[in-house]
Design a binder for this molecule. Structure first.
Ligand SMILES: Cc1cc2nc3c(=O)[nH]c(=O)nc-3n(C[C@H](O)[C@H](O)[C@H](O)COP(=O)(O)O)c2cc1C
Length: 638
């Protein structure tokens, strides 16, 4: 079995990577009318209110052919697919007089309720997060699958749908791992294990079709349900589905801006007193934003709506505990709950079905003729630069009814920011650093939803729905003697602010005999005078001997200097820390360039200083990462 359980040592999520292109399940099993959208809840079922029933976890009182659908998700897509599968299996029953199929959808977090000896067929939909780690809720399940020969698995028929993104080196690692282990335990794979790259719905739908087809012919013995669905976890603490309304207490610029091209980064502090939210350095804060009102206006214009149309609040929206009306004006619904930026291919399909204008029909046909997969570069390039309002403007000759437009929008997701403060310093205040995103496409100014929400639309004293996302593979080592090599250019510095604050606090309360290893911080940005984030704090920690600060200002001299150049300069020192002092390396920030270049440089350092071959140096680093939890990454692809 491959070396998988690098959980403890590899990265997890910081920022939600904004996906420009998202598609959804085909209209073959989606009723796209607004009433179906709202009443039947075709999207994520985020409603966890105890008083409302969860149709995906109903108790079956009569015998039936049970099908277990397990999901593990960080951002909700796997959950959505699991529920779509459930819906399709339920629909099979209406065509079939036979013993009913009894699907049940369970988050792998609740795996302890499952007796695999009583399961005959199991489908798993699971994503990979961080740098090849399971979603936070799925960590225990994956450890269980790794460490246990699950009784009953040898009789179980199964299939795994692995969600991922091929931009990450550990593509679909978690789903592939589950598949391998189920096979090792003697399970029978009934639909080939399938990798899904960037929520490619062509692939997802194909897998769903194969699963449904397979179940129509498969023998599944009839039995009574053994799971009491009432015992399935109901989250009653503050979480993604039930965020806490935190008050923005502090907002400060971290950069100096003199031209429009200068970086704009802000520091925000939220008061979470009374929430009971707990975090460790390395964890992230999830924030639910609101859309820019001018973008809502632009969309309303394109929808030919006033914004006063009354719309039922979708059942999947997050709950803050404050009773809100069951219906809201369309303008409010769009501002708070729908993604106005990423365009679902479903919307183009709906436009195609409705349009009568020959030129527009031809254009839509061209875009959609090669399907929705990643290989349809024409479609993806088109969507990459367009928001929902742009698409509606492009195909405006026959107005699609607004309810149909709404039914083809994606829900607004929370965004994640590394927490930049230690709860040991103040457990009621949580800080983040956010780079404000503004850019231009098609000659139109565009904005990042959450960062401009915080910068332009939130004032001190306002509240925002927040929750903590635990980052299991990116935490400080338990022993304070072990030195830290922290590499975090730009906002990659944020989690290290929490790391250092925590260590500084521990140093100030040092116990007799307690020792502290060196904390060596590599920070980089363009200009010392403009975007040296937390400069005064870092310099004062450096002067106090709490950290050794190394800075790379890429544009302050004729030639570019980046953090990896400093690491190379410090080769002797770094090698001593690694070889003799049990140093732990942490990397946070851009995965594609920075983390890759840092990795290459570290390999060179190990090769040169450790007198190793290239292969030996690579294995050394791999061992630190996968077996020792001494090389941890918290990286993202922009
Ligand atoms: C911060 C971050 C890290 C990710 N890391 C990986 C990874 O290591 N390997 C991979 O295949 N996909 C990775 N992904 C992609 C997710 O698996 C993909 O977006 C998936 O569709 C999410 O499914 P979910 O919504 O069910 O969690 C990552 C995504 C994010 C935002």
């Amino acid at each position: 079995m491959f070396l998988y359980f690098g959980f403890a040592m590899v990265a997890v999520v910081v920022f939600y990577v904004y996906r420009v292109i998202t598609t959804s399940s085909g209209s073959d099993f989606h009723d796209n009318s607004i009433d179906a959208f709202i009443v039947e809840d075709t999207g994520l079922d985020k409603n966890i209110s105890k008083s409302r029933t969860n149709r995906y976890q109903q108790d079956y009182l009569t015998e039936g052919r049970q099908v277990l659908i397990l999901y593990g998700t960080e951002y909700g897509c796997s959950e959505e697919i699991a529920k779509l599968l459930y819906d399709r299996l339920k629909r099979l029953n209406s065509d079939n007089e036979d013993i009913p199929l009894q699907p049940r959808v369970i988050n792998v977090r609740d795996y302890a309720l499952i007796d695999f000896q009583r399961e005959h067929v199991t489908f798993v939909v699971i994503s990979t997060s961080g740098d090849g780690v399971p979603p936070s809720d799925a960590v225990d399940f994956c450890s269980y699958v790794k460490d246990t020969d699950i009784p009953g698995m040898s009789r179980c028929k199964f299939s795994v749908l692995a969600l991922g993104d091929s931009n990450y080196p550990q593509f679909c690692k978690v789903g592939r791992f589950i598949h391998e282990r189920f096979i090792e335990m003697g399970g029978e794979c009934v639909v080939p294990q399938t990798d899904v790259d960037m929520e490619d719905w062509t692939v997802i739908n194909k897998w769903l079709d194969s699963v449904v087809h397979c179940l129509t012919t498969m023998y599944i013995p009839s039995q009574l349900d053994y799971i009491q669905h009432g015992s399935i976890t109901v989250e009653d603490h503050y979480s993604r589905k039930t965020p806490f309304l935190a008050t923005l207490k502090v907002k400060l610029p971290l950069t100096k801006m003199s031209t429009g091209d200068d970086k704009e980064t802000i520091h925000c502090e939220f008061d979470i007193t009374g929430s009971g939210l707990a975090w460790q350095p390395g964890d992230a804060l999830g924030i639910y934003p609101e859309n820019n009102p001018s973008e809502v206006e632009a969309l309303l214009d394109a929808m030919k709506c006033s914004g006063e149309e009354v719309v039922p609040v979708p059942s999947w929206v997050y709950q803050t505990g404050i009773k809100s009306p069951d219906v809201q004006p369309l303008s409010v619904i769009l501002r708070r709950f729908f993604d106005l930026k990423s365009v679902k291919v479903d919307l183009l399909e709906a436009l195609l079905g409705h349009n009568k204008n020959e030129v527009e029909l031809k254009k839509l046909d061209l875009l959609l003729q090669d399907g929705v997969s990643k290989s349809n570069t024409q479609l993806h390039q088109y969507l990459e630069h367009r928001e929902v309002a742009d698409v509606l403007q492009d195909f405006s000759s026959h107005q699609l009814p607004w309810k149909q437009i709404l039914a083809n929008l994606k829900c607004l997701q929370p965004r994640y920011y590394s927490i930049a403060s230690s709860s040991k310093t103040d457990s009621n205040m949580v800080s983040i650093a956010a780079a404000v995103i503004r850019y231009t496409t098609l000659g139109k100014p565009r904005t990042g939803v959450t960062t401009t929400f915080l910068q332009d639309r939130c004032i001190v004293g306002d509240t925002c729905p927040v929750f903590v996302s635990h980052n299991i593979g990116f935490h400080l080592p338990a022993d304070t003697r072990w030195p830290l090599i922290l590499i975090g250019p730009g906002t990659g510095l944020a989690p290290f602010m929490a790391f250092i604050q925590e260590r500084a606090m521990e140093m100030s309360q040092m116990r007799p005999g307690q020792q502290f290893g060196e904390i060596r911080l590599y920070f980089g940005c363009q200009h010392r005078e403009k975007d040296f984030l937390y400069r005064h704090q870092l310099e004062s920690w450096d002067q106090a001997g709490i950290i050794s600060l190394r800075t790379a200002f890429s544009r302050d001299q004729a030639h570019k200097v980046y953090v990896q150049h400093l690491i190379h300069e410090d080769a002797v020192h770094i090698w001593r820390m690694l070889d003799q002092e049990n140093a732990h390396i942490y990397v946070c920030g851009d995965a594609k360039h920075m983390a890759r270049d840092v990795h290459v440089t570290l390999t060179k350092v190990i090769k040169g200083q450790g007198h190793m071959s290239q292969k030996e140096a690579e294995l050394y680093l791999q061992n630190l990462e996968q077996n020792c939890a001494r090389y941890q990454k918290d990286v993202w692809v922009i």
